[in-house]
Design a protein around this ligand. Structure first.
Ligand SMILES: Cc1cc2nc3c(=O)[nH]c(=O)nc-3n(C[C@H](O)[C@H](O)[C@H](O)COP(=O)(O)OP(=O)(O)OC[C@H]3O[C@@H](n4cnc5c(N)ncnc54)[C@H](O)[C@@H]3O)c2cc1C
Length: 369
């Protein structure tokens, strides 16, 4: 019998375990070590780490299903559970964005389902909750993991195979100096920041998470039909948040795109694999040329407006951001959100946005080269 250990019980372990179980493994003993007491949630989706007001940026339609899709799992929850999670099931579709904590509950429940599947198939899985792996040592007869148990004792175990799925690592001291945070997570620590004049370095998704956590700590978001209003707590004249941004841009809203993605004719995995095989020093420029040709084919009007036919990588980078950089970021964000909402309602896809989304994964294959 061979032995396999997973270090960490977050989404990476869930999907790896799922793929393994689908192969019908025989004669394997599996151990899952998880530093936290709750198993399966992963880091960003567990309570305390994120504020309940923080939404995930991935919808059910984009999350590969484990034993169920996120939407099917939600539809099978009791009214009391849904209420506790703050989910209005009538308003949820497979394109809806839900609080990250809901994703945590989903992954936790899917992990239990995977354990049940394994048990039925006769695959033994030991789950070691509250056990932090502190070292991995290469031995002639396998990999030795050194771990601390919930009682504080240190122990060792030898495995034939180890999957390190420890995810994100964070600075050990979140508040490096009084009032100066090197990371907004765990979000619960931000709630202790007083309602004063607060600067946030950056203006993208993490900055927005930070602003939402601070705002939720010092007031309420009130929904009235379609409208969402922020109501500050009492006596907060000094509460002010400044997002400090190098480019002065806010992130764009999620846009409608068809799933599954349509295939790409030019900048596709086969074309990129061929470029990578050639091992030429101009790999990035050659990949950009595929990107350029694909966009010229899919959205000639966008290509014309950004001068893409003649562009090289750097000028296109500038052209891509130009219109946003020229606009007031909040005015742009409002218009962009309205456009995205209208397109979701009519299932309209902006061709160039969809093309860039589809190309980012094939192009990512060049990164390790
Ligand atoms: C704040 C934040 C928000 C995010 N939001 C989104 C989002 O909305 N949508 C999205 O698609 N992605 C999001 N991501 C990306 C997200 O991290 C991944 O989707 C996913 O969580 C990665 O899964 P993972 O299993 O690799 O790592 P993690 O989720 O980090 O899980 C790692 C697990 O390993 C455990 N662990 C770590 N060290 C040890 C150790 N030494 N011994 C034992 N156990 C250990 C941890 O406790 C944890 O349970 C977000 C990331 C962050 C940081």
């Amino acid at each position: 019998m061979s032995s396999l250990a997973f270090v960490g019980a977050g989404p990476t372990t869930l999907y790896t375990l799922d793929a393994l179980l689908r192969q019908g493994p025989r004669g394997v003993r599996i151990t899952v070590f998880e530093a936290q007491a709750a198993v399966g949630l992963g880091t960003p989706y567990r309570p305390g780490w994120n504020d309940p007001a923080m939404l995930s940026n991935i919808a059910s339609a984009e999350i590969p299903p484990l034993t169920q899709t996120l939407l099917a799992w939600l539809q099978s929850r009791s009214p009391a559970e849904l209420e506790a999670m703050g989910v209005d099931i009538a308003a949820v579709s497979d394109r809806a964005f839900l609080p990250r904590l809901v994703l945590g509950r989903y992954f936790e429940s899917q992990f239990q389902s995977l354990l049940d599947t394994a048990a039925k198939a006769g695959v033994r899985i030991d789950v070691r909750a509250g056990c932090r792996v502190v070292d991995a040592v290469n031995r002639p007869d396998g990999l030795e993991l050194v771990f601390t148990s919930p009682d504080g004792k240190t122990a060792r175990s030898l495995f034939d195979h180890v999957v390190l799925a420890t995810g994100h690592q964070w600075p050990s001291r979140q508040e490096a100096r009084p009032g100066y945070y090197t990371s907004p997570w765990p979000a619960r620590a931000l709630a202790a920041a007083p309602p004063t004049d607060i600067g946030v370095r950056g203006s993208s998704l993490t900055a927005i998470d930070t602003a939402v956590a601070l705002a939720a700590a010092h007031g309420d978001f009130v929904r009235d039909g379609e409208a969402l209003t922020y109501r500050p707590g009492s006596a907060l004249p000094d509460f002010h948040i400044t997002l400090m941004s190098r480019k002065g841009l806010l992130p764009e809203a999620d846009f409608y795109f068809p799933l599954p993605h349509a295939p790409l004719a030019v900048c596709n995995p086969a074309a990129l694999a061929e470029l990578i095989d050639r091992r030429q020093p101009d790999l990035l420029d050659a990949a950009f040329d595929l990107f350029r040709r694909e966009l010229l084919r899919i959205d000639p009007a966008y290509a014309e407006a950004t001068g893409l036919a003649q562009a090289t990588l750097e000028p296109f980078g500038e052209a891509y951001f130009q219109a946003r950089a020229d606009a007031d970021p909040f005015v742009w964000a409002e218009a962009n959100l309205a456009e995205a909402r209208a397109n979701h309602a009519t299932k309209t896809t902006v061709s160039w946005r969809d093309a860039i989304l589809r190309m980012h994964e094939p192009i990512a294959a060049i990164v390790p080269i």
